[in-house]
Design a protein around this ligand. Structure first.
Ligand SMILES: [Zn+2]
Length: 110
C-alpha cells in the first residue's frame, strides 16, 4: 500500500498537512515500527484525526479517499493488513449503507 511517510502527530502538523475536507484513512503509531491504530473518515479526515490527539500517538500517516465508501473499504483493508492493537474491532459500516469489506471470507463481506 502506498502511504505518505510518517509525520509527527501534532495539531500543527495535522492542520498543515490535512488541508482538504475529504474522506480518507489514517494510521497512528506510538513509534515508527508498528501501526497501533487504523481509522477511516467518511467526511472529514482532519476532524476525525483531531479526535485522536493527546492519546499518546507520536506519528501519523494518511491518505485521502475518493468517496466515503472508498474510505471505509480502504480502512478495512488496512485493518486486515496491520491488525492494529488499539482497534476495538473491525471497521463497522454505517447503518443502511450495505457497504462490505473487500476481503473475501471476512464476516463483513458476504
Ligand atoms: Zn474485513
Amino acid at each position: 500500500m502506498t502511504f505518505m511517510r510518517w509525520r509527527q502527530f501534532t495539531n500543527e502538523a495535522v492542520n498543515a498537512l490535512v488541508r482538504e475536507t475529504r474522506p480518507g484513512v489514517y494510521l497512528l503509531a506510538r513509534g515508527r515500527k508498528h501501526v497501533d491504530y487504523v481509522g477511516w473518515a467518511g467526511r472529514d479526515l482532519k476532524a476525525t484525526l483531531r479526535q485522536h490527539l493527546a492519546k499518546g500517538y507520536h506519528v501519523f500517516s494518511f491518505e485521502y479517499a475518493l468517496s466515503p465508501r472508498a474510505a471505509f473499504r480502504k480502512g478495512c483493508a488496512l485493518y486486515h493488513h496491520y491488525r492494529p492493537i488499539d482497534n476495538q474491532g473491525h471497521p463497522v459500516p454505517p447503518e443502511r449503507t450495505g457497504w462490505q469489506c473487500p476481503l473475501t471470507g471476512c464476516q463483513y463481506s458476504h
